[in-house]
Structures are given as structure tokens and as C-alpha cells.
Design a protein. Structure first.
Length: 118
């Protein structure tokens, strides 16, 4: 499985961005996709997740501002980000987890940079 993120950019505080993650390869019908973010010197932080049937979850810091969605037909996931703050500045990663015969497989993208200026 190959994951490619896009959509990162430099944006002013209060602005919006939409990130995309395109998945290719052997993708199973049941899986969970997630967004993580990481700042230099920091740990990778969970941001949001969505299952193949649309169940979502968010960290408190982004609730009400970020919306995760997916297009199963195109094997894509999105993160609509609004009311951005400098604290949202990070490298954003796409993550996919799926299981086969009781074994879990996880995959990561290379990341897309989001920079929010004050």
C-alpha cells in the first residue's frame, strides 16, 4: 500500500486548508485511515480518524475546526481544516491500518507540511 498526502501550504491564522491522502495498492474493504501530525523535535500526534463506514474521531484540539472524510471509491481521505492557528503548524501524515487473517498492517505516507503564520 502506498499513501501520498497533498494540500499542505503556508496559510495565515484563521484560514483554511484541505489535505488529501491518496491510497493505492492492496487496500481491503475494511480499514481505518487516520491523520497524524508532528512538529520538529516532537512526537507524532493523532489528529483524526475515519473508518471505512464513516465513523470519525478527533482530538479535542481540533474538534469543531477539522473535518475528516473519505471517498472509498477513489481510496482517498481528506482533512478539511478551518480556523487554523499557529499551533496547527506541523507535518501532517496519512496512516492506514487494515487486517488480514488476524494480523494488522499499518502504512504511512511521507507527510505534507502545514504552516500557519500569525
Amino acid at each position: 500500500v502506498h499513501l501520498v498526502e497533498s494540500g499542505g501550504a503556508l496559510v495565515q491564522a484563521g484560514g483554511s486548508l484541505k489535505l488529501s491522502c491518496a491510497a493505492s495498492g492492496s487496500i481491503f474493504s475494511e480499514n481505518r485511515m487516520e491523520w497524524f501530525r508532528q512538529v520538529p523535535g516532537g512526537q507524532r500526534e493523532f489528529v483524526a480518524s475515519i473508518t471505512n463506514d464513516g465513523i470519525t474521531n478527533y482530538i479535542d484540539a481540533v474538534k469543531g475546526r477539522f473535518t475528516v472524510s473519505r471517498d472509498n471509491d477513489r481510496n482517498m481521505m481528506f482533512l478539511q481544516m478551518t480556523s487554523l492557528t499557529p499551533e496547527d503548524t506541523a507535518l501532517y501524515y496519512c496512516y492506514l491500518r487494515q487486517e488480514q487473517m488476524g494480523r494488522g498492517y499499518v502504512f504511512w505516507g511521507q507527510g505534507t507540511q502545514v504552516t500557519v503564520s500569525s
